[in-house]
Structure formats: C-alpha cells, structure tokens
Design a protein around this ligand. Sequence first.
Ligand code: NAD
Length: 484
Amino acid sequence: MVSRVIPVETFDLVIFGATGDLAHRKILPGLYRRFLAGQIPAESRTIGAARSVITSEDFRTTIDEPIAEFVPKSRQDPAAIAQFLAQLHYIPIDAKGEGGWPALRDLVRPNVVKAFYFSVAPSLFGDLAERLHQHGIADATCRIVVEKPFGRDLASAHALNQSLAAHFSEQQIYRIDHYLGKETVQNLMAVRFANILFEPIWKAQYIDHVQITVGETVGVEGRGAYYDTSGAMRDMVQNHMMQLLCLIAMEPPYHFDPNAVRDEKLKVIRALDPVEPKDIVRGQYLAGGGQGSYIEHSENPDSRTESYIAMKVGISNWRWKGTPFYLRTGKRLRSRASEIAITFKAPPHSIFDNPGGIHENVLVIRLQPNEGMTLTVMIKEPGPGGMRLTEVPLDMSFADALGGDLADVPDAYERLIMDVIRGNQTLFMRGDEVEAAWAWTDPIINGWEARGDKPRGYQPGSNGPDDALMLMHRDGRRWREIKE
Ligand code: NAD
C-alpha cells in the first residue's frame, strides 16, 4: 500500500539554524523527500538563515551532501534534487543582530503560507520571535516551529512560552516532539479509537500494567557535556515518554482535532501521581566493551546525571487508578528497541486445568525496530491428547501489512513539517501541556538534588542497573525482554 500524497499549499519556509545538524540530518533531507513525493508545490521556497556568511549558491552546494547521506539511495533522483535545490535560498542572519532581516522581509511573500522553523538553541527563540515581529515579517497567519528542549523546568518553560506569546498566538506555535510524528505512535490512537475491540477493556479493571521502554545502545560520547545538563528524565521522560503515556491513557477525544486531543492529554498529565523515591531507579553506564564510562563521556567526574531511568508511575483517575505504568529508558543498553506493552489481567476464572496456567494477553506496540503490533493470545495446542493451551503471538509488522516498501512512508520530521504547512497542530504540544509535564517533573528532580542522589552504575550492554529489576519484582512483575 503506497501512502497517499496530498499536496500542501505553496509556502515559504524559513529555517533558522539551516547550517546546523538537525537541518542537515532531518529537516532538509525530509523536505527533499516530500518534494520528490510530489507533496511540495514547485513555487514553494525554503529559505535558510544562520550566522554563516554564505550565498544561496553556497548553501545549495552544502545541502547536496546531507541529501546523499540521509536519503535512501533509491530515492536520490538527480533531476528532482536539482529542482529541489533551486527552491532553496539563504540569508545570513544573526538572531541577536539586525543584519539580514530587511532582506528576509523582502523575500518572504505575503500571499503564501509562511512558517519559521527555529532550529537553533532555545536561548535564541525569544530573539527570533522579537525580530520577526519588529521587522514586520511575521503576521497573524504565519507559523513558528520550535524544537526541544522546551525548557529545563517549569520556570524556564513558562518563560519560553511567555517570550513566544508576546508576539504569536498559541494557534501559531508548533512545539515539536518528533515522537508524535512517528507512524506507530499515531497508530496508537488509530488502534484505540478506530476499533471497538480494545476500548471497552482499556482500563484498570482489565489492564494489569503498562510498560514503556525506549532503549538505546549508543552512549553520550561527543555530546556528553550537553547531555550532562539534561539526563534521561529531562531528555526522554518529560517529553517523549510522557507523550506515549498520554496517548495510551487519555480518554477518547470528541474529535480528532488539535485542541480536543491535547485537552485529553493534558488531563492525563494533571492526574499523574507524584513519584516517590522508592519508585525510581537512576543509573549511569560504566566503562566496558572498549568504550568509556558515562563519567568519562560527560567529562564531569562528579556527575550525578542519569543516563538511565526506570520508574513506576500511577494515574489517579477513574480509568487508571491501580494500574501502574512502568517507564524505562537509557543509553548503552543491550538493544536499541522501543515498545509499549499493555499487559491485560488473566481471566477471572479458568475452566481449563492447563499445566502452564493461563497467561495474560499482552498487546505490544513496537516503535523500533520493525514497527508493528503483536497480541499474545492463548490457543489450544494442536493435536490429540486433551485440551492443552499454549500462548501464540498474533503478529503484524507494518512493513508486511502495508506492502513492503516503507521507504516512501514519511519519517516523523517530514510528516510534522507538512502538518505545519497544513496548519494542523494535533501532533504538536500545547504550551499548557508542556508546563504541566514540567510541573510533574520538577519535584522529582528537585528531590534528587536536595537528597544528593547518586545514580547506580550499570554494565554497558545490559538492561540497566539491577535495582531496576527489583522495581518490578517487588510488585510480582517483570520487565519484558527487549530484543532488537
Ligand atoms: P547545531 O549547533 O548543529 O546548529 C545550530 C544552528 O544555529 C547553526 O545553523 C548555527 O549557525 C545557528 N546559530 C547559532 N547561533 C545563531 C545565532 N545567534 N543566530 C542565528 N543562527 C545561529 O544545533 P542542532 O543540533 O541543529 O540543533 C538545533 C535545535 O534543534 C536545538 O534547539 C536542539 O536542541 C534541537 N534538536 C536537535 C536535534 C538533533 O538531532 N540535532 C534533535 C532534537 C532537537
């Protein structure tokens, strides 16, 4: 099944930070792929802006390389690349300076969709918003896209929201959480709300617990100094894992509409219980396998920042009271694999004298690798010899189910950028949502700091610190084995 391409309106997209890593790895190759797919009208323009003093011609030359590196070879069409590059322009602009803004004002057209992507450090968001306004470039219909991290606590997130709100309405602000652009993550909503099957039993009465795992095999080498100011809680839990949790836990919105969806997510965040220290395990990877330790990579011998976190989270509302959500994420783990596993309760009474007992049904939604879903069900073991039961997976890989070639399915950034142009905020975080997530996170982090908590060391290539196993064992549960 080939994904249907609906062209967007003609646009002028300005990328601040166009010479940076994110622009090179994701934004520009993504735009090329959408162009190749026929989604971007020929008259659209992408305007790079950054501090480097280069010409549009120089800029086009620098984009050749990221396209060659980050677009699958089978999708590299020289004629299309040349046409795409011809849509690119560049203006040298310092977010804190005055140069370049008049040229940008002259270049951006009044009668097309206008979007400004802030792919720069968040400390520059306020300057960009201010100057776009001052120079009369932004109007009430334009959109701005802002990257993570959106703050490092409630106070800084609130200040960022205020600096943007000074010049833009909430309907104009698109806060990216690229997890929301992932195909499987959106499928969570489709599975829940487009099928009658699950929703009636999607509650504490029938669900024993939920596990959300985001595992990475890489460490923080190369960006350790930056990561050390953040850690797994800020880098993964407060945003990406929180969003996954919300999509699992939220009530059905009245419509698939940006505010209806975000209202429901916000209610979940507000219903999250405070997390007690006994329900959190933090870790730092040790040296091993020829690689340095977290402490070496962070270049901070006294670092107390976690490269791993596991936690048990409760939700105090009618649907979820009593069903724990276990979250874990970390660097340098055994496998690069992410999944959500919903473990249902065993039937209340078994009519079978099955030697192995009756297992719980588990619905697993795999985010990576091999995106797909598996539902384990009990069936009769084939053959004679009485009624013996066995557990089998009902397995669906999206690649198989949807016809094989996932190279044409837009990646998260492509989809989200096209949503910006369409003016659809459903898959973007609203300001109050982000602040609510920080309001829940802050006391947890402040507690560690006040107590001087030190993360436990864990072996690289393992599943994290041993204490994380105990977090589940003491509840009579265990983490799922995650395989790549
Ligand atoms: P980067 O350091 O590679 O690039 C930063 C860009 O900003 C460069 O183009 C630079 O010229 C420009 N810049 C710096 N100071 C400027 C100024 N005063 N005026 C105008 N332009 C200026 O950073 P990056 O990795 O591309 O990240 C950009 C943003 O995206 C950051 O907010 C980052 O947190 C976020 N982000 C990046 C990634 C990633 O994978 N790189 C992932 C998620 C979020």
